[in-house]
Design a protein around this ligand. Structure first.
Ligand code: IFM
Length: 448
């Protein structure tokens, strides 16, 4: 048998979730409405009319959930804070009961020996702020920094890892260009402006976080997708470069180089937002780490009729796909990590999400056998290990997700969890992959 691949002794093994996807309790204890409450309550927006009203009922079951993490041997938990629980109107008065919930959660984690990684924004904007223009309104960036300050003041003595945003590309583009996510808009210029304000809010939040959380590490999480041209024709190479500009460089370059990519500025001349003189200096304030969410690659071809902003279309090569119709492509993770190291000299990296949706079922013995997910996790961890061996400062890996949950516009139809959730009874059943991942965490390594 091949030798086990051992990770560095301080490598972080974690699981991840987000507030709207698991908490439920959508209007309890003074929580305000979020854009995802509004969106999921609007008929036709989410598959089967599913909502996050109850989700995994984690708000009431967090003690049990933390105990389950502990029993698996998980070392860290990445979760997000629901802004409208903390500030129901998005700015101004604080709702103490909302902060208390996260305070209790952090204490429970620490008592279980699990390190909390907090994401401040994983898509549930207070609806009251959307009513004032949402992320299209520059003021929201400042209000986000105030909110970050409030949370860090309360939790910063115990939380030492902070992520400002989860996947600003998705917020900007899926929410404001494609319209499949809240707030469900389709306006290219607005989408690019939203992206800018998200980045600005990230930069503005760093200082208050650091001031309240001595010795902390603060960063941001991007969804990054390595792009491959569908052929070696010049037009396809250019198409892949444009899609890379759209998904990856439009966020990486301002954050890590203090400028937007020239080729994309030229391409999007008509829609690029107003950028105040200091904005890019704020956006590129040093981060301690970059969070990377990696699921798949994209194969791209030039297509005049394709996405009008980019004139590209995606090609689906033969291979293995998850139920999200995402190709399983572990080598892409290695290539992505190497690129971030070489081209962006990122100080440290965490894989803050990686995982797969498959059609899991509970068998007659009450067991969930999910060998494909085990294979997916293993193959990606092998590539992560390879990147570390080649010099990438990768500090940890978080599996998405700790448990099955509300997969946005797909409702409950996509199961990503290491733990199966029966949404009718809220029973949790650890999948084979959950046990496998817990063992890998305990042994700090995987069999190749
Ligand atoms: O469920 C999402 C998560 O909220 C953000 N990253 C991708 C996951 C799977 O689609």
């Amino acid at each position: 048998m091949a030798q086990r691949l051992q990770f560095p002794h301080d490598f972080v093994w974690g699981v991840a979730t987000s507030s709207y996807q698991i908490e439920g309790a959508w209007q309890e204890d003074g929580k305000g409405e979020s854009i995802w409450d509004r969106f999921s309550h609007t008929p036709g927006k989410v598959l089967n009319g599913d909502t996050g009203d109850v989700a995994c009922d984690h708000y009431h079951r967090y003690v049990e959930d933390v105990a389950l993490m502990r029993s698996l041997g998980i070392g860290a938990y990445r979760f997000s804070i629901a802004w409208p629980r903390v500030q129901p109107q998005g700015h101004g008065p604080v709702n103490p009961a909302g902060l208390d919930f996260y305070d209790r959660l952090v204490d429970a984690l620490l008592a279980a020996g699990i390190r909390p990684f907090v994401t401040l924004y994983h898509w549930d904007l207070p609806q009251a702020l959307q009513d004032r223009g949402g992320w299209g309104n520059r003021d929201v960036a400042r209000w986000f920094a105030d909110y970050a300050h409030i949370v860090a003041r309360r939790l910063g003595d115990r939380v030492k890892h902070w992520i400002t945003h989860n996947e600003p590309w998705v917020v900007a583009m899926v929410g404001h260009l494609i319209g499949e996510h809240a707030p469900g808009l389709q306006d290219p210029a607005l989408a690019v402006r939203v992206a800018h304000h998200l980045l600005l809010s990230h930069g503005l939040a760093l200082e208050p976080i650091r001031s309240e959380s001595a010795g902390c590490q603060a960063g941001i999480t991007l969804n990054l997708i390595p792009m491959y041209p569908a052929s070696d024709k010049g037009a396809d190479l250019d198409a892949a470069a444009r899609n890379d500009g759209f998904v990856n460089r439009w966020f990486l370059d301002p954050l890590l180089r203090g400028r937007y990519p020239e080729d994309m500025l030229a391409l999007w001349e008509q829609i690029v937002p107003e950028v105040d003189p200091d904005d890019l200096a704020v956006i590129s304030r040093p981060i301690d780490f970059l969070g990377v969410n990696y699921y798949t690659r994209q194969v791209v071809k030039h297509d005049q009729e394709g996405n009008p902003l980019l004139q590209v279309a995606l090609v689906h090569p033969p291979g293995e796909y998850t139920t999200m119709n995402w190709e399983v492509y572990p080598e892409g993770l290695y290539e992505l990590l190497m690129r971030l190291h070489r081209e962006y000299a990122v100080p440290a990296l965490y894989i803050t999400e990686n995982g797969a949706a498959y059609p899991d079922v509970v068998d007659a013995e009450g067991r969930v056998r999910d060998p494909k997910r085990v294979a997916y996790l293993r193959s990606h961890l092998v590539q992560a290990h390879r990147a570390i061996a080649d010099g990438v400062p990768l500090r940890g890996y978080f599996a998405w997700s700790f448990m099955d949950n509300f997969e946005w516009a797909h409702g409950y139809s996509q199961r990503f969890g290491l733990v199966y959730v029966d949404f009718a009874t809220q029973e949790r059943i650890v999948k084979d992959s959950g046990r496998w991942f817990g063992e890998a965490a305990q042994e700090n390594g995987v069999e190749p």
